[in-house]
Design a protein around this ligand. Structure first.
Ligand code: GDP
Ligand code: IMO
Ligand code: MG
Length: 428
């Protein structure tokens, strides 16, 4: 048995999708365990590009089982849309290989409304969410009123819960100037969508434990990144789920001691979408260069990603918080043309130095990064597949990241395609 968690170590978009797609060749089952369709994972396979938000990236390989765990918040309409898109491209997504956990809470249209209304109302205090209803759906989960996937199999339960949810949400909606929920219309829509997805809904915890007993390999695919974690991220500029590795167990129904390894996906520089502190952000030509060269546009909302230098204390902290056993360093090729490259090795606010990312946003907003500068390699690394093909200076950059994060790099990604990868050691 070998079970591996893949998670983002920064603010998301580190290239998790590419690496999960690559590693899923060795997995029997691929599991999403948190987040929802706020995620956007781009996979490039030959001349085909796939953009996934909800389905695990392992779905592209037709012989794999993919699972949506209870830790996810699931928009059933979005799910059907993604399934239809894949089916139309010859990727078969049937109930033989897509399994949705019975206790997965649903994202309903009024969650999205609330997300958008609140963001509008917040003005410059907004979080910059993806507007997909993620936060409000998790609020209903912990508020113990969520409609869950299993409820779709029981008409009376849908009716009863919609009543409870309407009572709660109408107060919020009317307060924000929106109309009350049309319960009948929503009920009818849910019956339609429920009929289509009921066949996928099964006890995931049981399936995964059976697979573990049979020594199958399970790959857990994180969404977002450690700095967007609701507890350990840049709160309140975070998402509403626990993005850290520990939630793979809770969000799918296996025991934490069944996990063998955690692979941290780390971009060779830093990006962030939405509001919140980002100490190494660049507002100059180099920031612009990283954005253009790295094609840093959000998959879900199309927003420009903010770009900056690699932040080593931030990634070191993620390695500790997540028990990361090795790193996959992505997008090193984006740095190819730079004369000089900076790495943040600590922070200061006035005379005070910080070795670690601080907990309060007000302090984080004032951090001045302390940089170390190294020479660029000025040679193309695009598509390299072997470590000894890497320019010496690029190898020195990787080595410095290993030293500063106190974690070894097992994979270097040199382009968006599957084969544009240097596999140093197998993370499974
Ligand atoms: P995720 O959310 O972590 O899965 O990452 P995204 O898919 O949102 O963003 C990563 C982007 O970088 C995607 O467009 C990938 O195709 C692309 N990508 C992944 N790895 C590499 C790499 O090593 N080099 C380059 N140039 N692009 C990459
Ligand atoms: P992947 O899986 C980058 C960010 C949003 C916003 C904050 C809260 O592609 O790495 P939410 O809609 O979750 O309430 O928004 O989190 N965010 C992401 N940023 N990549 C993602 O996913 C993200 N998912 C959410 O931009 O700042
Ligand atoms: Mg993404």
């Amino acid at each position: 048995m070998s079970n591996l968690i893949v998670i983002g170590t920064q603010w998301g978009d580190e290239g998790k999708g590419k690496i999960v797609d690559l590693l899923s060749s060795e997995a029997d089952t691929i599991v999403r365990f948190q987040g929802g369709h706020n995620a956007g994972h781009t996979l490039v396979i030959g001349d085909q590009v796939f953009k996934l938000s909800l389905l695990p990236s392992g779905i592209i390989r037709n012989n794999k089982i993919v699972v949506i765990g209870n830790g996810v918040v699931l928009d059933p309409w979005k799910l059907l849309e993604e399934i239809d898109q894949l089916n139309a491209r010859g990727i078969k997504v049937g109930s033989d290989r897509l399994i949705i956990s019975e206790n997965t809470p649903l994202i309903l249209p009024f969650h999205k409304d609330l997300d958008l209304l609140r963001e509008q109302k917040a003005g410059k205090e907004k979080i910059g969410t993806t507007g997909r209803g993620i936060g409000p759906a998790y609020e209903d989960k912990v508020g113990r009123r969520a409609l869950r996937a299993c409820d779709l199999k029981d008409i009376s339960e849908v009716k009863r819960k919609l009543n409870v949810i309407k009572a709660h949400h109408d107060i919020l909606r009317v307060g924000l100037g929106a109309h009350a929920i049309d319960e009948e219309e929503l009920f009818n829509e849910l019956m339609k969508v429920g009929n289509k997805i009921c066949g996928f809904i099964k006890p995931v915890w049981k399936l995964l434990n059976e697979q573990i007993a049979k020594n199958k390999n399970i790959l857990f695919e994180g969404a977002q990144g450690s700095m967007l974690d609701v507890d350990f991220g840049t709160y309140p500029f975070v998402t509403s789920s626990s993005t850290n590795a520990a939630s793979a167990a809770l969000g799918s129904g296996i025991a934490h001691n069944k996990i063998n390894s955690v692979l941290g996906i780390t971009k060779a520089y830093t990006t962030r979408v939405g509001e919140g502190p980002m100490p190494t952000e660049l507002f100059d030509d180099i920031g612009q260069y990283l954005a253009e060269e790295g094609n840093e546009k959000g998959t879900v909302t199309g927003r420009d990603r903010r770009c900056g230098w690699f932040d080593a204390p931030l990634v070191r902290r993620s390695c500790l918080l997540n028990g990361i056993t090795s790193l996959a360093l992505t997008k090193i090729d984006v740095l190819d043309k730079l004369e000089k490259i900076k790495i943040c090795i600590g922070y200061r606010v006035e005379e005070e130095e910080f070795a670690d990312f601080p907990v309060t946003t007000s302090t984080a907003n004032r951090l001045i990064p302390i940089f170390e500068e190294i020479d660029g390699w000025n040679t193309s690394t695009v598509g390299l597949e072997k470590i000894d093909q890497m320019p010496t200076k690029a190898r020195a950059y990787v080595q410095r990241i290993e030293e500063l994060t106190e974690t070894t790099v097992s994979i270097i990604s040199t382009g968006p395609e599957r084969n544009q990868t240097i596999l140093i050691t197998n993370p499974f």
